[in-house]
Ligand binder design. Structure first.
Ligand code: HEM
Length: 355
């Protein structure tokens, strides 16, 4: 048995609200939200427009980034093995009954598993609506297919994470896969607002290159963060394996990458201030800088205070905000415009034919 069970609290059914076990409430609430989504969905699925899809796309960004944050809550509350099996919660049951873990831990892990169904539901609705969008948008359809597949992939990685007893490499992969799904959701959101057409830079080539280079640097920053987590105390369970690295050293590497990203963001903000860049790019550059500075301040604070749980969860939220800001800046440096002339006529004919 792993973890530290609470006294007289070995299963989530020992927490009762109005005579019903907590896990049953979790299922009821998730089911109710999915039914609400299903009631809203026919409108957008029957007559999808890029305008209406944009709101669903925004929802998709929020739920996919949000589940990474709730995942961090599972970790810092040591609830990672609240359900010790996958896809079942215990060898005998799909719901947290007799988990041999504290009731609250089981409820937190089970609640996070329930959230996956919500995230998947949003992905499926966006996919179905995109399938029916006319004229067809192949670019959007590719993204709308990848998003729910990514969420299903997360389910599999989540399972491997549980089976591996919360190995830090698996926990890190689980988080990093979320960042890939978020790329798809942000790209979908941005593309919804643009016509099908040719890509045109909105900034000078050096600024575009800088915004592009910031993506791998930002990703390395996130990956380094997961190594810090895998080395530090918040493994998700008292007995979870650790990387066994020097915590101070890996934190320093992580902080250096953070400073590198800040430098890149400052450079972009300075360059677009001087040059003729659209307002959107300037706004995105400043938003990225603000997100990075707030996140950096939070990082140093949590480190100095010995990693209090609440701040660690906020730091993961900040990480997702920074990642979205990096993506938004990148996408703002180029835009798709409807082709003109012969190309435009060809595109219009293809659109009329529904291709
Ligand atoms: C400014 C941009 C930054 C970003 C985007 C960022 C991102 C991240 C991410 C993604 C994680 C891993 C979360 C997880 O695996 O659940 C993490 C962990 C961590 N970061 Fe940062 N970070 C930044 C700056 C900093 C700075 C400047 C410090 C200061 C030393 C710092 C200290 C930490 C620590 C100590 C952890 C481990 C927390 C834990 O126990 O889980 N971070 N960060």
């Amino acid at each position: 048995m792993r973890g530290v069970p609470g006294p007289d609290a070995f299963a989530a059914d020992s927490i009762e609200i109005v005579h019903l076990p907590l896990w049953m409430w979790q299922i009821v609430v998730t089911g109710a939200v999915i039914v609400a989504l299903a009631l809203l969905a026919p409108r957008v699925i029957r007559r999808p427009t890029t305008g209406s899809l944009r709101w669903w796309a925004l929802g998709s960004v929020v739920v996919n980034a949000g589940i990474a944050v709730t995942g961090a809550t599972v970790r810092v509350t040591s609830s990672g093995l609240g359900c010790s099996e996958w896809p079942r919660c215990t060898p005998e049951s799909f719901v947290p009954v007799g988990t041999e873990h504290a009731a609250l831990n089981a409820a937190i892990e089970f609640g996070n598993r329930m959230l996956t169904f919500l995230v998947l539901a949003v992905g499926i609705i966006v996919f179905l609506a995109t399938l029916r969008l006319r004229p067809r948008r192949r670019d959007l359809l590719v993204l709308a297919t990848l998003i729910p597949l990514g969420v299903l992939g997360q389910g599999v990685v989540g399972g491997i994470t549980v089976w591996s007893g919360l190995h830090p490499a698996s926990v890190a992969t689980h988080f990093l896969l979320s960042t890939f799904v978020v790329i798809g959701t942000v790209a979908y959101y941005v593309r919804c607002r643009e016509p099908r057409g040719v890509l045109r830079l909105t900034v000078s080539p050096p600024v575009r290159r800088l915004a592009t280079a910031l993506l791998p640097v930002g990703f390395a920053l996130l990956a380094a963060g997961t190594v810090v987590t895998g080395t530090g105390p918040h493994g998700g369970d008292a007995e979870a394996p650790r990387f066994g690295l020097d915590l101070v050293l890996v934190t320093r590497v992580h902080a250096v990458l953070a400073w590198l990203t800040v430098l890149g963001a400052v450079a972009v903000a300075a360059l677009v201030r001087k040059g003729a860049a659209p307002r959107t790019v300037r706004v995105q550059a400043w938003l990225l800088l603000a997100a990075l500075l707030a996140q950096g301040a939070l990082g140093y604070t949590q480190y100095a205070l010995g990693l209090p749980e609440g701040l660690v969860v906020l730091h993961v939220l900040g990480a997702m905000v920074v990642w979205i800001a990096l993506l938004r800046l990148y996408f703002a440096t180029a835009e798709r415009v409807a082709p003109t002339g012969v190309e435009g006529e060809r595109a219009a004919t293809a659109q009329a034919a529904g291709r």
